[in-house]
Each structure stands twice: as C-alpha cells, then as structure tokens.
Design a protein around this ligand. Structure first.
Ligand SMILES: [Fe+2]
Length: 269
C-alpha cells in the first residue's frame, strides 16, 4: 500500500532468499517458511495488507505449539528455488495469473469479464500454491455489477474510484455502504453484495479471499451461475427494480448517466 523494502524468506538450513518490493507489489511467503520484512526507507513508514487463514487453522488444531513451532517443510511448494520470487508467472484458464511475486499489480493484464457486469475486466491472482487467492477488477463509469454471494472471509480494498455497495441477507432489505479509494469492506457470510460506480473514473477493487481456483474448496462456479438455476448470482433481469432506479437517481445527482443495457424484468412488474 505504501513504501518500499525487501523481504527475506528461508527454510531452516537453506540459504535465505531476498527480494525487493514497493507500493503495488504482491507476494506470499510460502507456507511455513521463515520470513522477515525490511523497510527500505529510513524516513517513510511501510504499510501493507495481509490475508491469513490463521484463525481457521487455530480453530481446527487448537494447539499453539503445533502451529507455531512446527518444522515441517512443504518441499513441493518451496525448496529454496532462487528464482521463486523472480516475478515470472503463467496465465491459466479462468482469468488466472499464477505467480509467486507480482512486482506491480497496477500493470497486471486484466481480462474481459462481462459475466458480472458490462465493461468489467478482471484478473485472478494465485500465489505460492495457496488455497487463498485474490483478484483485481476494473469497472467503468456509469455501470453497476450484478449481485452475488459466497462464504465469509473476502476482503475488498478499493484502490481507486468511488461508489457504494448494497449488501443484504436473503429476504431482507439491503443496506448501503459508501466508499472511496482506501476503503475496505467484507461482505458477511452468504450476504448478497452489489457494487455501483458513482465517480468519474473507473473503479479498481482488490479482493483478498480464502478460496481460489487452483485448490478449490467448493462452490466456485456457483458464484457465476444465476440464482434462477440454483447459483448465487442475481441476473439484472431478476433483481429488484428499485436497485436500478436508485442508481439512476444517484448518477443524476453526479451529472452522470446509466451505461448498463436496458433490462426487461422477468418476475418484478
Ligand atoms: Fe463477492
């Protein structure tokens, strides 16, 4: 998020590996490796955001010693490879960029992803063979995305743009949350959430989440299937018309127009 520096990673008995990072970099120390961060500046603080599944692991094993004092080496994930954090990566199906180090996510290639909304572009990031993953998306001015829902533990960081999100539990009234660059939110377990761009620039959201596509832990494809066919995404045709009406009103106040395609509602009059 801010600053620059280096991180050193090592397994017991192996040569430590050091790499540099700066604002916009993203990486994951491989599971159960030692790692140490160094601020590269003598004057400016560093700020970073990290996602960990430590609470779930503690809940499962409830042994501090087993988790924190365990020498087990996951050799198939990291065995001292000196190129590990070189920044190389591979594009995979499902909009995935698989790597261990992303020097600058701002320059990462995004792919067309209109299944969730018009003009939406996205890239999924899979780092260090983790179960956890992340994605970055970019959404244009004057459009909103479809609502969807999933399990808990997704954290959305707004990198750029401003707007609001509606969130609701099935059968309940939605709540509105306004945000801008630097905001962070986490949709509760199985709550629908839907994002709206209210600004004059594209929205950029980074999401850190407890699941990915490489080692899926259930339900991935449900998020992009219509609720009408048993999935967890509400098509524009199936949503409450008040949602779009409200957005059109909000855009008007900003001197902006709706760019989503016209919709014919299937159930709601
Ligand atoms: Fe989501």
């Amino acid at each position: 998020m801010r600053g620059n520096g280096t991180t050193t990673v090592w397994n017991e008995g192996q040569k430590p590996l050091t790499f540099e990072w700066k604002r916009g970099s993203m990486f994951s120390p491989p599971i159960n490796t030692w790692h140490q961060h160094f601020n590269g500046s003598g004057a400016e603080p560093v700020r970073y955001v990290a996602l960990t599944n430590a609470p779930a692991v503690f809940n499962m094993f409830h042994s501090h010693e087993f988790i924190m004092d365990n020498p087990f080496r996951f050799k198939e994930r990291f065995d001292g490879d000196t190129e590990f954090f070189s920044g190389k990566g591979t594009s995979r199906p499902g909009l995935v960029w698989e790597s261990n180090f992303i020097p600058d996510i701002v320059n990462l290639n995004l792919h067309e992803f209109s299944v969730k909304g018009p003009g939406l572009r996205q890239v999924e990031m899979e780092l260090s063979s983790n179960t956890l993953s992340s994605h970055l998306n970019d959404s244009p001015v004057g459009v909103y995305k479809k609502a969807h829902r999933h399990g808990p533990g997704a954290y959305i960081i707004v990198l750029g743009g401003r707007g609001y999100t509606l969130m609701w539990r099935e059968g309940q009234k939605w709540q509105r949350f306004d945000w801008g660059a630097g905001s962070m939110m986490s949709p509760p377990n199985r709550w629908f959430h839907q994002h709206f761009n209210l600004g004059r620039e594209n929205i950029r959201q980074l999401a850190l989440k407890g699941w990915g596509q490489k080692f899926p832990i259930g339900g991935w494809e449900q998020m992009f299937k219509s609720t009408e066919t048993g999935g967890d995404m509400i098509e524009f045709e199936d949503e409450d018309p008040a949602i779009r009406e409200m957005y059109v009103e909000e855009l008007k106040k900003e001197g902006l127009e709706l760019k989503n395609l016209p919709v014919t509602y299937r159930k709601h009059a």
